[in-house]
Structure formats: C-alpha cells, structure tokens
Design a protein around this ligand. Structure first.
Ligand code: SF4
Ligand code: SF4
Length: 500
C-alpha cells in the first residue's frame, strides 16, 4: 500500500499562506489560524520548504502544531546543490525539525530532482541519500521520498530505481498526456504519488470557462472541483496538494475530498483525457513532433504557447502591456520546463514540415516557432542579445569597479556570461545587497557589501540586475549618484528577465 494512502487526500501546501514576512504580525496570526483550521478539518499531510510563505512557513507550522492534538505528517526537504553530503542532509533535517519544534518527521524529501544526473549525484556514496538512510535507521524520519521536475523519461527511470517510497510531481489536466506514463510507472511500482500544481499553477482557476469541459455531471459546473478530482483520479495518486490563501479556499478544497468522487475516477480520467485531446489549438504535450533536424524544441515551445489561449496575467511586478505579460509567461515556461532560449534572432527553421506531419493535434508548429523567434527578438531574449547588452554596458569603458545590485541569481549569471563572452574583466566586481543578513558574507567567492559602503567603495557603475523591483532599487540608489556612481538597469523596458 502506498505510504501516503493513510492520509486525508488533500495535502496542505504552505507556499501561499497569507504572510508577507517576519514583521507582518497580522499575516502570521492569520496563517497560524489557517494551518490550525486545516489540521482540525482533517488534513494531515503538510508540505513545507524553508522559503515558503516569505520564509515564514516553518515557524507558522511550529505554532500551529503546538496548538493541535490532531495527527499530522510533515516533510523535510533537502535539495542537491544547496546540500551535497550525508552530513549536510542531516544538518538540514535537524534545522527543519528545530524550526518546527519537532523531534522527528514522517518524510524526508530529496527536493527538486531536475534530471537523472542529479539523481545519480544524490545517490553517490556519502551523498544525500546515504544521509537519509542513516536518519531513517535512527528513526528521525520514516520514509524517503523525492520531488521530481525532470523529463517524463527521467522521472520513470528514477521511479523504477525504487529508491523512493513516495514521489511528488506536478500533474493536472494541462500536462496529463505527458505525465500519465509517469503515474502509471509509479502505480506499477506501488510508489505513492503526491500531486503539486493540480490547478496548473493557477491557470485552471483563472480560466474556468475554458476548462469547464473538465466538469462531469456531479461537479455542479465547478471547474476547480473537477480539476482537483481529476488530479486524484489516477490510482497512483494518494495526495493532492492544495495551496491555500484563505479559509474559504481551504474549506472549499476540503469539501471536494470529504465525499467520494461523484463520478467513477477511471471514467473521469478517461473522459477528461479525451476532451483534452480534442481542445482546439491546445498542445497536449504528447511530444510526437520532436526530433527537429534544427534542434528546435517544438514540443516545449508549443506547450508554452498554450498560455496564449488564456487571459494574460500580471506578473513580475508588471501590469502590462498585454504582449509583455504574454511574453513573460511564454519565456518563463520555456525557461523552467526546458531551460531554452534562442542562440540568436535568426530563425533556424528550414520548414521541412516534419514536426507538423507528426503533430497529433494538427497544430501550426512552423508558424508558432517563427512567432517565438519574433517575440524573442523583440524582447532581447537571445544569447546573442545578452552578449551585446553586456558589451554595451561594460566593455571598453575603463571601469575600475563594477557593482552588481543585488547579488543573487542575476549577478551570478552576469559574472559567468561576461567571463564566457569576454574573458576575465579588467575591472573588479563588487556585490551589494540591502538584506543585512547577507552583509559580510561570501557569495560566489566575493564578499557582499551593504549599500552604505557604496560611498566608500565608489564603484564606477552599479548595475541593477534584478527584474522585479529594478525601478524601486534605482530610486533608492539615486543619492549615490552624487559620489560619481553611474546607475544602470540591466533590463530595458521591453526586455525579458535574464533569470526567471
Ligand atoms: S519545420 Fe522547422 S521546426 Fe519543424 S521540424 Fe522542420 S525545421 Fe524543425
Ligand atoms: S505533437 Fe502537437 S500536440 Fe503533441 S507536443 Fe507536439 S505540438 Fe503538442
């Protein structure tokens, strides 16, 4: 029997708890109350990561756990990269337990396995998996699980290794044709599945009309209920994770799983899958179009373009124009699903027609590929454009010191790309951050400075390299211009983020 089967089928996701940070006392109280209500309503499986809910999720859980006498089962997560060795894994689990006020946890999750290679690294002697085994022997954790973000092929290989007793995967009617073989493999191996993103990252809830085809007779026309029931309908799935932002959402999701599915799960499964295949213009992710002689990732592009069928959603602190919002959604999906960006603006498609001949949905793939390249050119989202941008900003300027603000994923990429394109710079890189916790710490082999040090260090240029709050940062740094510090934003107004 699958390890998650003993729990109430709705699991509590803690990413969207309504709190803004440690100073948001009202938000903290609301979140603790919400978790308590979830536990009292019968939810047992609680999914938590350290950065969830503005980094407050573990502390919120600690308070809520202390207030309940209900049974709960919590995850502790260890990600390869952040941690590498068995000892690192132990330290991370101990930190989780201490922060949540617990002495043991039901689940150890090897978090976010991107591909089979990462899995192999986790499994190496002295690695994270070995740490999990030791913790299990000592009774500190009960079960070793993982969350998978790999290709379906790699997921199946990892599942078939039988290293894990439970897996968490992203599954909804949006990616079902792609994911069914993965769930089938888990079912065959008697490995329990917890589903994340059952509403397609919000897309289904935001486009209820479009997805109303998912509703069967017993769903009373409620697309969200139908989508949640669909996620649970595969026999391998024992938990459906629901992120909750308020009590109404919570109770609504609880109600879905408090009574048996009004439709036979296997019938629901079959009916919805049939309808997904029949959606006009919708890419089902079946990947039959793959194998482009020019190495264009046709299936990934077509799946990302599903977003164009729906309303554009404000994101990354941008409210419009619509074209920008669509581009953000498109390239974000391609970035996360495939890590792809065009090399240059030049369209490599030779219009051989292979992809379209193989497409089960008869979609206009060549036109769609040309459109993606047009969008990439208009938003500077190519490797060639990134090179030109760095050249224009930094090469031949006789700078002695260049500040990157803030340090993080963007600054790391900039340093790496500069080296790749132009070799070692003649100037010195400086890193700044407004978060006091980072000051004086080493990041990417360089010390992180506070903004107050700008006047003393006098960089020739500060490159504001984040996307979301670049305008706010620019305004906050204006006073340093009087020290002769030049300020530049990395991203131009229509540009896509260099890191999503
Ligand atoms: S038509 Fe273009 S995208 Fe399709 S397989 Fe041929 S080269 Fe690739
Ligand atoms: S074959 Fe068609 S439906 Fe399948 S992934 Fe490719 S574009 Fe999408």
């Amino acid at each position: 029997m699958g390890i998650y089967k003993k729990h109430f089928p709705l699991g509590l996701g803690t990413t969207r708890l309504p709190v803004l940070g440690p100073k948001d006392i009202e938000g903290l109280e609301k979140s603790i109350d919400l978790v308590s209500q979830a536990l009292n309503a019968g939810i047992e499986y609680v999914d938590v990561g350290f950065h969830y809910a503005a980094g407050m999720a573990p502390l919120i859980l600690k308070e809520a756990f202390q207030q309940t006498n209900k049974t709960f089962a919590v995850t502790t997560k260890v990600m390869y990269g952040q941690d590498k060795t068995a000892d690192d894994a132990r330290k991370r689990v101990e930190l989780y337990l201490k922060t949540m006020g617990l002495t043991k946890a039901d689940y150890f999750t090897c978090w976010t396995i991107w591909d089979y290679e990462t899995f192999e690294r986790i499994m190496k002697k002295g690695g994270i998996y070995e740490g999990a085994l030791r913790l299990k022997e000592e009774g500190i954790i009960d079960h070793i699980c993982c969350s998978l973000h790999a290709s379906p092929e790699d997921m199946i290989k990892i599942i078939n290794s039988r290293a894990f007793e439970g897996v968490t995967v992203s599954y909804s009617l949006l990616n079902a044709p792609n994911m069914i073989p993965v769930l089938d493999a888990a079912y065959k191996q008697d490995i329990s599945v917890a589903v994340m993103n059952p509403l397609g990252g919000g897309m289904i809830a935001q486009n209820r009309e479009f997805f109303s085809f998912a509703c069967g007779g017993g769903d009373n026309g409620d697309t969200v209920h139908a989508a949640l029931r669909f996620a649970k309908a595969h026999p391998a799935v024992d938990i459906v994770l629901g992120g909750v932002g308020n009590k109404e959402e919570l109770m609504d999701s609880v109600s879905v799983f408090s009574t048996p599915d009004p439709e036979l799960p296997e019938k629901r499964h079959e009916r919805v899958l049939h309808q997904v295949s029949g959606l006009s213009g919708f890419c089902t992710g079946c990947k039959y179009c793959e194998g482009c002689p020019q190495d264009i990732p046709t299936a990934a592009i077509m799946q990302a373009r599903n977003t164009l069928l729906f309303q554009a959603i404000p994101s990354y602190n941008r409210k419009g124009p619509e074209e920008l919002l669509y581009n953000l959604q498109l390239f974000r999906k391609l970035f996360f699903d495939n890590g792809w960006m065009p090399e240059s603006r030049e369209l490599p498609c030779i219009k051989c027609g292979k992809c379209e001949r193989q497409c089960t949905q008869k979609l206009g793939i060549t036109e769609a590929v040309a459109d993606i390249y047009r969008r990439a050119a208009e938003t500077f989202y190519t490797k060639e454009d990134h090179k030109k941008r760095l050249e224009a900003l930094l090469v031949g300027k006789n700078y002695r010191k260049v500040g990157l603000y803030p340090n993080g994923g963007f600054s790391k990429l900039i340093i790496q790309l500069y080296r790749e394109f132009f070799g070692e710079p003649e100037f010195e890189w400086l890193q700044f951050n407004s978060d006091p916790k980072t000051w004086g710490q080493m990041a990417d082999e360089r010390v992180v400075h506070s903004p107050a040090e700008i006047a003393e260090l006098k960089p020739d240029l500060i490159l504001i390299c984040t996307y979301k709050y670049d305008q706010d940062i620019l305004e906050s740094l204006r006073p340093y211009e009087e020290y002769g510090v030049r300020l530049e934003k990395l991203h131009r107004p229509e540009e896509m983020p260099w890191v999503f």
